[in-house]
Design a binder for this molecule. Structure first.
Ligand code: NAP
Length: 470
């Protein structure tokens, strides 16, 4: 894949970049390694001062970087601004909390004594340079939610970003540099995916995190496994959205629209499968379909646009194949099911797809098993909570889940039985710096954010004293 900014709203190539040569990659790995030796010895207060400064700069740059993201991958400009603001918030959160999250852990005194020690505790120490292989869909957020905790823990970062967001990738390197992080602490490597193996196998690279598709995750995890290096994988999702009889159906339907089309439908944690109890199915289907049909599809740089283009031409082709397969096998498109008509001003060359609701989806259809990465929802009618949970779990993914109910017993049952990294009630899944984020099954392993995220790239070191040193 060429490293280039191609505006998905009109197909125009705006900038192209050469991939780094091997000798330049070598220099940057050496710089990450050298920087780690110093960075690991700095105090939390020093790291926090730099990260807070990065947050301030990001706030100042918000309008420009939002426009860059929108031009590179097509998210509505309002969402791009919100993403930049969220990144600054996460940086400040980790700057404020990293020290307490990584404080030494002291087992109970009786256990220390039982181990034969006069003193024992756990110290969280950084691992070294960490490679981050990142996707284009939240081009700032995906990187910041890894980099903020990694830098606060004392690690250094090597970013291999998706090839279609090179300007956002370069911006991130520049941001951390301007904030005052020493050279080598955070570096952007403009490289294609083929270069990942060599970087990951380099003995100086300690670990890797990948957010992206299952094939990419499998490949990186296999290499890391071969090298016995720690990885975190955040892969795809096909999150269920259960609507049970006691739900506020109007609110559930309104929220469902946002949950499905956020980021033009290209979010791993977007609700994708809407599983609705038969008692409220008709009302939900009607309200949801009207909401999806009324969305404004168009130029993502316009303030009033709800849904912009799919980020890549191939992405739209994949989505079209999934919808066509479902319709050919008997699903009904309650709205959409095709490209939007009447877009002018060059947008007719962009990779738009109309918000779509598919009813009558059955297990034989590809949409039942595969992730729809675009504004396409599938609707299921179920007769009971048991059936809803079965349909929800009938997937290889397990990222998050959403449930609408006013019944505490039903809620507890869902917490117990839904196979996912999160269960969000009476609202939609969203990430927050203080809440761990990640999946089970083929959605990946490990966690980002909160204390779990910052400890992923730490060496939990047991410190044990048989007698006190002098
Ligand atoms: P992708 O093709 O896997 O790309 C993601 C990153 O991996 C890019 O930097 C890509 O580089 C690189 N890559 C691709 N194949 C690779 C390989 N064989 N070895 C090493 N690196 C490789 O994913 P995408 O289609 O851009 O992103 C969408 C996917 O990401 C969806 O499945 C979505 O659900 C998932 N996602 C998950 C989360 C989460 O937190 N769980 C968040 C966002 C997105 P190039 O661009 O150079 O190919």
């Amino acid at each position: 894949m060429p490293i280039a900014t191609v505006n998905p709203a009109n197909g125009e190539t705006l900038r192209t970049f050469d991939a780094l040569e091997d000798d330049e990659i070598e220099k940057r790995i050496a710089a990450a390694d050298a920087a780690f030796r110093d960075h690991r010895t700095t105090t939390f207060a020093e790291r926090a001062r730099l990260l807070d400064r990065a947050a301030g700069l990001l706030d100042e740059d918000r309008e420009d970087i939002a426009r860059t993201m929108t031009l590179e991958m097509g998210k509505p400009i309002t969402a791009a601004r919100a993403e930049a603001a969220k990144c600054a918030k996460a940086m400040r959160w980790y700057a404020a909390h990293a020290e307490e999250l990584l404080a030494d852990e002291h087992p109970a005194a009786a256990d220390v004594e039982d181990s034969g020690a006069v003193r024992a505790y756990v110290r969280y120490r950084p691992l070294g340079p960490v490679l981050a292989v990142m996707p284009w869909n939240f081009p700032l957020w995906q990187v910041v939610r890894f980099a903020a905790p990694a830098l606060m823990a004392g690690n250094t970062c090597l970013l291999k970003h998706a090839s279609n967001v090179p300007q956002t990738a370069l911006y991130l390197g520049d941001l951390f540099h301007r904030a005052g992080f020493p050279a080598g602490c955070f570096q952007t490597l403009l490289v294609g995916s083929k270069a990942v193996e060599g970087i990951l196998r380099d003995r100086r690279v300690a670990a890797a995190t990948l957010t992206g598709s299952e094939p990419a995750g499998r490949s990186v995890a296999a290499i890391a496994g071969d090298e016995v290096k720690h990885t975190v994988l955040e892969l795809g999702g096909s999150d269920p959205y259960l609507v049970l009889p006691s739900a506020d159906v109007a609110k559930a339907a309104r929220t469902a629209v946002t949950a499905r089309v956020q980021n033009n439908g290209q979010s791993c944690i977007a609700a994708k499968r809407f599983i609705v109890h038969t008692e409220v199915y008709e009302e939900f289907a009607e309200r949801f379909t009207v909401g999806m049909r009324e969305l404004t599809v168009g130029d993502p740089l316009e303030e009033t646009t709800d849904v912009g283009p799919i980020a890549m031409e191939q992405g739209r082709a994949d989505l079209e194949e999934l919808v066509d397969d479902a319709v050919n096998r008997g699903a009904e498109a309650l709205c959409g099911g095709k490209r939007p008509e009447g877009l002018g001003g060059g947008l007719e060359n962009g990779w738009f797809y109309a918000p779509t609701v598919l009813a009558g989806v059955t297990p034989g259809m590809r949409v039942h098993r595969e992730e729809t990465f675009g504004p396409v929802a599938t609707l299921y009618r179920v007769d009971s909570l048991d059936e809803a949970v079965d349909v929800a779990n009938d997937t290889s993914f397990g990222l998050s889940s959403n449930v609408w109910t006013r019944d505490a017993g039903e809620a507890e049952r869902c917490v117990r039985d839904l196979q996912a990294g999160g269960v969000f009630f009476n609202g939609m899944t969203a990430s927050h710096p203080a809440l761990p984020f990640g999946g089970v099954k083929r959605s990946g392993y490990g966690r980002e954010l909160a204390g779990h995220g910052i400890r992923e790239f730490c060496n939990a070191t047991t410190v044990w004293y048989g007698s006190e040193p002098r």
